[in-house]
Write a protein that binds this ligand. Structure first.
Ligand code: ATP
Length: 560
């Protein structure tokens, strides 16, 4: 006969059986437990203990009341350390309580779905939660930057990691919890809570260094993906609208001149494309075009990226030092994208480089010189930035000898068929699949959309539709519902026009602009050298007679 593995035995004050079931009916079990109960005045009954003299091993939980006792008997399972621990350590419950309320090391528990089952009081207090507030909530909504949910997803522990939350770095271990059938049921997070001073400075330094390296890695990844092996010329600028025709004419006219060019236009209008064309069509076209994205660059990297650094300039720096973008673009062009996002303190430094082409590496004292042609770009409204004092007027003048305006796609909807066709052809070639086509009614649909992300958005939308359309034609549904136009084009064009933009986008007098920059350079050099004309002529590489002529113009400008 199969023996029960569980049972209940209820005894009264005098040890008489009041209720029994399962193993509780077994005479040997009842006798043993009755003895334990009747000796309670000498040996108090433990809350949990191993059942003596019965094979296989069983554990007993005792619920003691004034009129009697209820024993719950259950199979312990071989080598069950928990039952053994509870059975042999009298203060087992107190030890558990210590672990879950430990003020030096918090313990949080989540279930397999990533929801909090328990959070230590110390941790709750540290993030301003009331007792039990976090229970039932997804852990990632409660603990900033936590990765505890990853542990229930992967089943892999994360031991001794630095975790930054609410401005404090603490050491954390995250451990998956499995049941006896090796099924993942929960995860616990143990957080060292002695305060920041408990974390050795070395660990803090490593964690800072790691964050810096991660940031740097992401930055270079972005840079790398930006440097595609594509050839950019005028042919790459697709479109036959008047606006694009004029833009191409202007690129041809400006490219050979060694003056700074500012490209202004919304995101995705092709500023980078135009920068490449300007460079390729310039006398510097066979040299390199160095790309810098001021917005994507982490603040702590901007200076060393642009200026380079000398060996040992800071922790983690290359021992041999490194050239910055200014040096790398020597004799070529420098494309400074999103210049409007450059912090003010960097603007001052950039201005200095643009004034005389000299600079120093971070941590160095050698005066270096670089000869580059600056092409900068921004989607921002310079007029507004200058009014808000977030962009320096003198820098604006310096970078915008020529400003080219790139029209938003909504202002040249007639380019959509050509652009869409180009993107479809390129997509088909890249993927090695037949090219799909677009019916006129789909083109009309595309022309009714607002395209806030301009050509880039169109390119992505067309590629997406090429993937999701069945057959050899793009269907409207496969564009996934694009935003329709509310016809705001005209006002936006105005918004993006920088201050001295000609009303006719792209039209300007290049010679006038060149003259203006030259006069500014001369005025500045005169001021710097205290009016020493010989030095000014030498520094600027112009003859003295030409300098005198220009000075007369400057004088005339002041009095007119
Ligand atoms: N006229 C165009 N002809 C062909 N492709 C274009 C044109 N304009 C933009 N593109 C394409 O659209 C995408 C975005 O262009 P680009 O990166 O030059 O825009 P951007 O104005 O520099 O954008 P952002 O300001 O966001 O950096 C690129 O893939 C580019 O090749």
């Amino acid at each position: 006969m199969r023996r029960d593995t569980e049972g209940i035995l209820v005894l009264d004050e005098d040890g008489q059986t009041r209720f029994a079931s399962g193993l509780g009916i077994d005479a040997a079990v009842a006798q043993t437990l009755s003895r334990v109960w009747m000796q309670r005045s000498g040996v108090p009954v433990k809350r949990l203990f191993a059942l003596p003299g019965i094979e296989p091993a069983h554990s007993v939980a005792a619920l003691v009341a004034s009129q009697g006792v209820c024993f719950l008997i259950f199979a312990a399972g071989e080598g069950d350390e928990l039952t053994e621990f509870i059975a042999t350590v009298d203060c087992a419950a107190d030890i558990f309580r210590y672990f879950i309320t430990n003020p030096y090391e918090a313990m949080n528990v989540i279930d397999a779905a990533g929801n909090l089952l328990y959070m230590s009081p110390i941790h709750e207090r540290s993030i301003g939660l009331k007792r039990g507030d976090a229970i039932g909530r997804p852990v990632r909504d409660v603990i900033e930057n936590t990765r505890l949910q990853e542990v229930v997803m992967t089943g892999k522990p994360q031991i001794g990691e630095a975790h930054e939350s609410h401005g404090v770095t603490r050491i954390v271990s995250r451990i998956p919890i499995f049941d006896r059938n090796r099924k993942l049921v929960a995860a616990i997070g143990q957080v060292m809570f002695k305060g920041p001073q408990a974390i050795p400075q070395a660990i803090q330094d490593i964690s800072n260094e790691l964050a810096r390296v991660r940031q740097e890695r992401d930055f270079y990844k972005r840079e790398l993906s930006g440097i595609r092996n594509r050839s950019y010329g005028l042919d790459q600028i697709v479109g036959s609208s008047n606006a694009i025709k004029r833009l191409k004419e202007d690129v041809l006219r400006v490219a050979p001149l060694d003056v700074p060019v500012l490209l202004v236009g919304e995101s995705g209008t092709g500023k980078e494309l135009v920068a490449h064309a300007l460079h390729l069509l310039s006398p510097r076209g066979d040299k390199s075009l160095t790309l810098v994205n001021a917005a994507a660059m982490p603040a702590n990297l901007v200076e060393s990226e642009l200026f380079g650094y000398e060996g040992g300039a800071f922790t983690g720096a290359d021992k041999r030092g490194r050239k910055g973008k200014f040096e790398l673009s020597n004799s070529g062009s420098l494309f400074l994208d999103e210049i409007g996002d450059m912090p003010l303190e960097m603007q001052v430094k950039l201005l200095r480089v643009l004034q005389d082409g000299t600079f120093q590496r971070v941590g160095g004292d050698r005066l270096l010189h670089s000869d580059f042609r600056l092409i900068s770009a921004s989607h921002r409204d310079f007029q507004q930035m200058i009014a808000d004092n977030t962009f320096r007027l003198d820098l604006f003048y310096r970078i915008s000898a020529v400003t080219l305006y790139l029209p938003p796609l909504r202002d040249r909807l007639e380019d959509i068929p050509e652009l869409a066709d180009t993107f479809l052809a390129a997509f088909a070639k890249r993927q090695g699949v037949p090219k799909k086509s677009i019916d006129d009614h789909v083109i009309r649909y595309l022309q009714s959309c607002s395209w806030p992300g301009n050509v880039r958005q169109l390119q992505h939308a067309v590629e997406r539709a090429a993937i999701f359309s069945d057959g050899d034609k793009l269907a409207i549904e496969s564009f996934g519902g694009l935003e329709r136009s509310a016809d705001t084009g005209a006002s936006l064009e105005k918004e993006y026009r920088p201050f001295d933009m000609p009303t006719n986008p792209g039209r300007f007098d290049v010679w006038e602009a060149k003259q203006r920059v030259e006069l500014e350079l001369i005025a500045e050099a005169m001021e710097r050298t205290g009016g020493n004309k010989k030095r000014v002529a030498e520094e600027l590489g112009i003859s003295r007679s030409y300098l005198y002529k220009q000075l007369r113009m400057l004088e005339a400008g002041k009095t007119s």
